[in-house]
Design a binder for this molecule. Sequence first.
Ligand code: ZN
Length: 79
Amino acid sequence: MGNIFCFRYDPEHGPESVKDALNVFEKLVQRMEKSDIREEALAERLRGAEENDPVRCGFPKCEVHDIYLSVFGCQVCTD
Ligand SMILES: [Zn+2]
């Protein structure tokens, strides 16, 4: 299994924590090779998705913030 990138905003470190996370993400993308792509991952993801999962609803956006919703809703509205 490859790397999983997960980021949670840290208010104590402020914007620097976002910059650090983006730098890590950039390095992961730069290192990625074709062999890192798991062709079966999309089918697995869709099989495991609930009916209200954005992947099954056409990737809706928040009407207030114009950002894509996650399975938990809008990341801005819910903070
Ligand atoms: Zn919102």
